[in-house]
Design a protein around this ligand. Structure first.
Ligand SMILES: Nc1ncnc2c1ncn2[C@@H]1O[C@@H]2COP(=O)(O)O[C@H]2[C@H]1O
Ligand SMILES: Nc1ncnc2c1ncn2[C@@H]1O[C@@H]2COP(=O)(O)O[C@H]2[C@H]1O
Length: 454
């Protein structure tokens, strides 16, 4: 994805938000929107870091080195205690309920304080750097995290409500040498050129088909797709071959063309993937050691397409990462998905897309063919049937649209938006493939079971 496309996508999302929330002060809204996005991204990186640490994985190995390797710069970074909290959060006269929809919870504090009044420092800037007095001290920092043990006190990192922010984590996003850890931008300025493999027409056709079922690729625009297709190299593995070894450095990202791949963590099988799935993204995204061993598990061998690290980072990383950030927290709170592993949730996040509906919109219509499954990210819906009237109401964390997909039936009810509703949708194929153990729960909770409507 080019810088331009990235910007366009961000702006499109912003535009959707503006339409959905109809803010009084558009400029203020935009400032809040991007600040809360930034804040969210940083806080989630932190959470991921902690999760990974608990699992014995070092996601951001470069950070500590960097912060020690250049005393001057680092001291400055630490002393200034950068905050990723929105500088406007506490001072927004227009805030009613228009914070970034995915994570309203993260910023309630800022909103609550400021609904009506305009404070004198309305337009203060600088991301609160060095102004920790106006921000709550440390209590959300992870007490288990050793990197904070020395930083208690008023100079400590101001925290974002309910989230944990790494000290100076990725603060110098564009300049620091640490940037490579999570920073796809690095590749935008250098002389990186994607490799071009000489694929036959037949191979290209084969690939296009395989990639068509891979969620990461489906979202790419056509020029990025072309770049990726040309950069992919075919690799064949015999049964038992280790495609990836836990602990190694990440070199390639793989898409399975044929066969099954089993994953082992510390010798125990944790997962299995087949045609159209991808793996090996974690080490490339986080510059971490390989988190699992991937073994070719098919008698007939396994064929994969391999994408080199740089092309992966340049083209797929930003998107994948943003998407995961966007959905990870939300999915964690969806009850029906509680049986999914965090890996499974990440894969699901890769496949979701966001849609916005307005009051009165019929998101699914009784009798129509069902193509998608929906999670409600925010807003309220009502479920009704022509002959029975309103059956139930649904809100954040609820889902709908499963009945048609599970039973190959027309939609059994109409679901209508009662206000602005944001949904995360999943297509039919992702539904059966990515919901895994959750599908059984969906089946067991069939809302039509007792109504004789099937
Ligand atoms: N449970 C799991 N934990 C970690 N990695 C997994 C798991 N299941 C599948 N994988 C994949 O195994 C890959 C091993 O290399 P990576 O860490 O780069 O990326 C990893 C994931 O794509
Ligand atoms: N009592 C109900 N009868 C039918 N559908 C319901 C009911 N309650 C909730 N729903 C949801 O409404 C959705 C309409 O589309 P689906 O039939 O695909 O899936 C349905 C369920 O997810």
């Amino acid at each position: 994805m080019t810088d331009n496309q990235f910007a366009t996508e961000e702006l499109n999302q912003l535009q959707k938000e503006i339409i959905a929330k109809n803010p009084i002060d558009v400029l203020q809204f935009c400032a809040n929107y991007f600040n809360s996005k930034l804040e969210l991204q940083r806080s989630q990186l932190w959470q991921q870091q902690n999760k990974a640490k608990a699992a014995g994985i070092n996601l951001f190995p470069l950070i500590d080195n960097v912060f020690n390797s250049d005393g001057g710069a680092i001291m400055t970074a630490n002393k200034r205690q950068p905050s990723f909290k929105s500088p406007f959060g506490d001072n927004d006269p227009t805030l009613i309920d228009h914070h970034h929809h995915h994570h309203d919870d993260d910023t309630k504090e800022g909103q609550g304080a400021s609904k009506q009044e305009i404070k004198p420092d309305l337009f203060k800037g600088g991301f609160g750097v060095g102004k920790s007095t106006s921000l709550k001290p440390l209590q959300e920092l992870d007490p288990n995290d050793p990197s904070h043990s020395t930083s208690q006190g008023p100079d400590s990192v101001p925290s974002v409500a309910k989230s944990k922010i790494p000290v100076a984590f990725n603060a110098n996003r564009r300049t620091s040498v640490s940037a490579e850890a999570m920073n796809p931008d690095k590749f935008k300025s250098d002389s990186w050129k994607p490799p071009i493999n000489d694929l036959s027409q037949a191979q290209k056709a084969e690939l296009t088909k395989t990639l068509g079922s891979n969620f990461l690729f489906r979202q790419l625009d056509s020029s990025s797709k072309k770049t990726v297709i040309e950069a992919l190299g075919k690799k064949e593995f015999k049964k038992g071959d280790e495609i990836i070894k836990q602990g190694d450095e990440g070199d390639f990202f793989y898409i399975i063309e044929k066969g099954t791949v089993d994953f082992y963590v510390n010798g125990n099988q944790v997962n299995s993937s087949s045609e159209g799935s991808s793996f090996g993204e974690l080490a490339l995204m986080y510059n971490s050691p390989r988190a699992a061993t991937a073994v070719a598990a098919c008698d007939l061998g396994v064929t994969c397409w391999a994408l080199d690290r740089q092309t992966f980072r340049r083209i797929l990383l930003e998107r994948t990462f943003n998407r995961r950030l966007m959905y990870e927290d939300f999915l964690k709170d969806v009850k029906v998905l509680s049986s999914l592993s965090s890996q499974e949730r990440l894969k699901l996040a890769d496949a979701l897309s966001t849609q916005i509906y307005h009051k009165g919109d019929k998101i699914v219509k009784e009798g129509e063919k069902g193509e998608n499954f929906y999670f409600i990210e925010s807003g309220n819906c009502q479920v009704s049937k022509e002959d029975k009237g309103v059956l139930t109401k649904l809100s954040k964390g609820d889902y709908f649209g499963e009945v048609a997909l599970l039973n190959d039936l027309p939609r059994q009810a109409t679901v209508e938006a009662l206000d602005t509703v944001i949904v995360a949708t999943l297509g039919k194929s992702g539904f059966s493939r990515l919901l895994g153990p959750a599908v059984d729960i969906l089946k067991s909770q069939d809302p039509t079971a007792n109504q004789g409507s099937q």
